[in-house]
Design a protein around this ligand. Structure first.
Ligand SMILES: [Zn+2]
Length: 477
């Protein structure tokens, strides 16, 4: 059987369904754990396509498990579909124009495409299993709230992925490549200060400012940065500043911290020191401090066997077939909204990544037209993903395809703007084809599953979930 031909035929037939699912979810733009319209849409289309669907798995109403087939191996695809706050943006528009929808949120990380791409891959693998009954099972896991709720971490901790033999996923981006890198582990923690309110002019001596404590904590952590590993990342947002009246000493405050490092144990070490700083700030201000772990993520451990299979599949499929319309739109994204300094930085980054020759071509046609070679350099991506926790409990590989113009960063309105364009649709279906071929190979060459699992057992001897058993997903936030 020509797998590429087979997969392309299936995806050609399902193209309008997959694109429509992706575009509807682009418009829904629902943030983490609030993806109700999205989950309902997936339930409907998956049932119509003949999957057995369980909604609301692992205590998360917008999580789901859709299965087809019987026996082993069990090949999993991991879907995401949450949007990001305040990143509403008109699709295909290279200037900052939010949509007319009152919802301010948008798919600034392309998760509308991510979910629909894995859905498409699952459809193609299901079509294969229909022709080869008994060869195994395909499962599409709907994993909500990747951005702020880290559903895969809970699912990994609670054994949800233990039914899988291997897992594949992908992420929209600006490059066609298998993810031959790790990602940062992190924890997400709330620090709360309790002070004493008072009239700020008439009786300041009896007040104890919780806002002062939060500010001093930030100062302390900003000094701490000098003395932690340079690969670590610490950032924060004020969640509660204690009110809006300058003439009232603030009695309460809350700062939300993210602490990231290449390995989970490094995160734990820095986390302890940040707690010390918070305690110091409380002492300095005569306030009380409590802290609460909100979420946590492990580093991503790429499976080499599965990554190589995925890379071969990408090479077989080839880069997305962009046309002049796509290049024209990409030129707008690359050149229109960038200042001169930003443009120079973007050009330099393209040259560094692709070399002088390809860079010259890309400055005219700014969409990645190649498949990056699979090279293991031990790199750590400066971001975090809950795919990390999945990779600790099941051998996992992931890829990206160029759903966006070169140099487009994630979590930006520019990324949102690409999300329902032809560029994105082509690259999404391209990713789906590669994942489907890689998935089908698991049924045709089960020895690859054994090899992948042997590597995974060797690499990941035990999994310590960064979220303790008693902490559940924050569905209401
Ligand atoms: Zn993302």
């Amino acid at each position: 059987m020509d797998k590429k031909q087979f997969v392309n035929n299936v995806l050609d037939g399902k193209k309008s369904l997959v694109v429509s699912v992706s575009d509807q979810i682009f418009d829904f733009a629902e943030i983490g754990f609030h993806e109700f319209k999205t989950a309902t849409l997936y339930e409907k289309v998956l049932k119509e396509e003949g999957f057995e669907v369980e909604m609301g798995i692992d205590g998360m109403p917008t999580a789901f498990k859709a299965s087809y087939g019987s026996g082993k191996p069990v090949v999993g695809f991991l879907a995401e579909y949450d949007a990001l706050p305040e990143l509403s943006q008109k699709g295909g528009c290279a200037n900052r124009v939010p949509t007319e929808d009152p919802n301010p949120d948008g798919h600034g990380c392309g998760h509308n495409l991510l979910g629909a791409g894995t859905f498409a891959a699952a459809l193609a693998v299901k079509a294969y299993l229909e022709e080869h009954p008994g060869k195994g099972t395909v499962v599409l896991f709907g994993c909500p709230s990747e951005e702020k709720g880290n559903s895969k971490t809970f699912m990994a901790r609670d054994g949800v992925f233990d039914c899988l033999d291997v897992a594949y996923t992908w992420h929209p981006g600006a490059q066609n490549a298998v993810a031959a890198y790790s990602s940062l582990a992190n924890v997400s923690v709330f620090f709360r200060f309790k002070g004493v309110t008072a009239h700020a002019a008439a009786a300041p001596e009896v007040g104890r400012s919780a806002l002062d404590a939060a500010e001093l904590m930030s100062v302390g952590v900003n000094y701490l940065r000098e003395h932690i590993i340079s690969d670590a990342r610490v950032h924060y947002a004020y969640r509660d500043v204690g009110g809006i009246a300058p003439n009232v000493v603030q009695g309460h405050s809350c700062v939300h911290y993210f602490i990231r490092a290449p390995k989970a144990w490094q995160v734990q070490e820095i986390y302890k020191r940040v707690v010390d700083v918070a305690e110091g700030a409380a002492k300095m201000t005569g306030t009380e401090m409590t802290y609460e772990l909100y979420a946590g993520l492990s580093d991503y451990v790429p499976n080499h066997v599965l990554s190589e299979v995925l890379h071969e599949a990408m090479e077989e499929v080839g880069a997305p077939a962009f046309d002049e319309n796509d290049f024209e739109l990409a030129r707008h994204f690359f050149y229109d909204s960038a200042s001169e300094a930003e443009l120079e930085a973007k050009k330099a980054a393209v040259k560094k990544q692709y070399g002088a020759e390809k860079a010259e071509l890309l400055l005219d046609k700014p969409l990645d037209q190649w498949i990056a070679p699979l090279v293991w350099k031990g790199e750590v991506l400066p971001g975090s993903t809950d795919v990390g926790d999945a990779s600790y409990v099941v051998p996992t590989a992931q890829l990206s395809t160029a759903t966006a113009t070169v140099g487009t960063a994630g979590h930006t309105w520019q990324m949102t703007a690409h999300g329902n364009t032809e560029i994105a649709h082509k690259a999404m279906l391209n990713a789906a084809a590669a994942m489907a071929i890689a998935g089908i190979r698991m049924f045709e060459e089960p020895e690859l599953v054994d090899k992948a699992r042997a590597e995974w057992k060797e690499e990941v001897d035990s999994y310590q979930c960064p979220i303790p058993k008693e902490v559940g997903p924050r569905l209401e936030d």
